[in-house]
Design a protein. Structure first.
Ligand code: CTP
Ligand code: MG
Length: 238
């Protein structure tokens, strides 16, 4: 019997400015349910022990009543308030995950998360201590100069698009965040960067799912609706 404790931190405290909608994208409805519901449900059905949900101050009671209680997401142990940037929301989530051996950090804006992706992340983080799901890029990627002329074409077989969950040994990611706070570095876009930059720890990339997209701009919502139908079938047959 394993007594390892695994906590999922689900981030839903963003404003969704690139979505340009009246309500934040994590609360927009797909098939009558908010985007946030779908990843919470995947964690509920997985082997994680509990969930820390990070939201904006104004949304704590809405989330509790209309998502967590309504859909019986019983693994949510706390609903906490996030910060002005994604990394401050993660930091708050980490402080609420005390007692965890491993944490899986996930963007609520990725509703097409499957139990399979979660279980493979858990298996890998137990081996490497730091892993993320991602997918090999399909397009050629250019690094451009300030005038938008292509300057370099990195070999595609070394390029991956990074997704979430990103999974870490709790004590390591907490330490990396403490070092980050002591620095003035703020051009951070995800947690693997924080591990690289402040702890010198490499993150292992494992195959995620091309359906596990992040809803960022309006057209992503259309794609997510279709992908969600596809992956829900996968979840149902597990
Ligand atoms: N997030 C968060 N706290 C923040 C910013 C973001 O918890 N201060 C969460 C978002 O809710 C989202 C995830 O982090 O689930 C990924 O962020 P992103 O896609 O950038 O969402 P937003 O910041 O909400 O969108 P935008 O950057 O377009 O404003
Ligand atoms: Mg953002």
């Amino acid at each position: 019997m394993s007594n390892v404790h695994i906590t999922a931190i689900v981030l839903a405290a963003g404003k969704g400015s690139r979505m340009q909608s009246d309500i934040p994208k994590q609360y927009m409805l797909i098939e009558d349910k908010p985007v946030l519901y779908y990843s919470l449900k995947a964690f509920e059905e997985s082997s994680v022990d509990d969930i820390v949900l990070v939201v904006s101050e104004d949304d704590v009671s809405y989330c509790k009543e209309n998502i967590v209680d309504k859909y019986s997401i019983n693994k949510v142990k706390s609903i906490i308030v996030g910060g002005s940037e994604r990394y401050w929301s993660v930091k708050n989530g980490l402080l609420s995950a005390k007692g965890a051996d491993y944490v899986l950090i996930h963007d609520a804006a990725r509703p097409c998360l499957t139990v399979d992706v979660i279980e493979r992340s858990i298996a890998e983080v137990k081996i490497t201590g730091a892993c993320t799901v991602g997918v090999p890029v399909k397009d050629t990627i250019k690094r451009v100069d300030d005038d938008c002329y292509g300057e370099e074409t990195p070999p595609r077989n070394y390029l991956w698009q990074v997704q979430t969950p990103q999974s870490f040994l709790y004590k390591d990611i907490l330490k990396a965040y403490e070092y980050m706070e002591e620095s003035n570095d703020t051009d951070i876009t995800d947690d693997t960067m924080i591990m690289e930059r402040f702890l010198g720890v490499k993150t292992k990339l494992i195959m995620g799912d091309y359906c596990n997209i992040k809803i960022t701009t309006p057209e992503d919502l259309l794609v997510a609706k279709i992908f969600l139908k596809k992956v829900k079938k996968v979840v149902d047959t597990i």
